[in-house]
Write a protein that binds this ligand. Structure first.
Ligand code: DX5
Ligand code: ZN
Length: 224
């Protein structure tokens, strides 16, 4: 999934907002529209107050596209389920750092990398940046939630940009190229704010799948 260069903004449509009655068409359309990755939200009704889909849908999406699949696990005991998402064809697996996720973060990240996937770590709005600092050397992507996870269509929380800046400073101070991702309420306006603060990966559900013109929506997110 490559390293960061100053100009490369990665757009990852969130499949949660796709029309599941014609999932194949929607995925083909965003791929042709210029999406870089696909973002797949896995919710278990425990870690978050909603239930989405599991490995079987990820495996279906795998057959529908060559795009890298980034799986966002908003579930308890992610370590137990990681092998199933690897099996389903995930290229990157992002887990949560909060204790409510009930897993050993370092061990799970290592397991994801050992399985040949990129390891991502996510923190909720209430979770301070300090809580993920011990793990930054063991991951490839940091996902700063810009909404409380569980639902699409929520409003962007600009105060989360402080964590995005902290991640950028960490990259600079350590000569690293950790992907800095934002997720939740990302549209043409909030994408601009996120990029200015250091984000290079933009997850968007409503702003893309809710648009009539997918290519224009993706270009707008990149600020083109
Ligand atoms: C929320 C998910 C997001 C969500 C984004 O918990 O992690 O990926 O689907 O949807 P929008 O872009 O509509 O906020
Ligand atoms: Zn997500």
């Amino acid at each position: 999934m490559g390293t960061v260069s100053a100009r490369s903004i990665i757009v990852a449509p969130s499949v949660l907002a796709a029309d599941f009655s014609r999932l194949g068409d929607d995925i083909q359309r965003v791929e042709e529209a210029g999406a870089d990755w696909l973002h797949l939200d896995i919710m278990d009704g425990h870690f978050v107050d909603n239930i989405s889909f599991g490995p079987a849908v990820v495996a279906t999406v795998r057959k529908l596209t060559k795009l890298p699949l980034e799986v966002h696990l908003m579930i308890e005991r992610a370590d137990h389920y990681v092998p199933r998402f690897v099996e389903a064809g995930a290229n990157s697996i992002t887990v949560h750092v909060e204790p409510e996720a009930k897993h050993d973060v370092a061990k799970t990240s290592r397991r994801i990398r050992d399985a040949g996937c990129h390891a991502g770590l996510s923190l909720n709005p209430a979770t301070p940046f300090e809580s993920i600092e011990p793990y930054l050397d063991a991951i490839d992507l940091l996902l700063v939630m810009t909404v409380q996870p569980g639902f699409g269509g929520q409003s962007f929380r600009a105060e989360m940009m402080e964590k995005v800046r902290s991640a950028r400073e960490w990259n600079t101070a350590n000569g690293k190229s950790l992907h800095i991702e934002v997720d939740g309420g990302i549209n043409a306006n909030t994408a601009k704010i996120a990029i200015e603060n250091g984000a290079n990966v933009l997850v968007a559900g409503t702003a893309i799948f809710g648009a009539k013109d997918y290519p224009a929506a993706i270009k707008e997110l990149r600020g083109e």
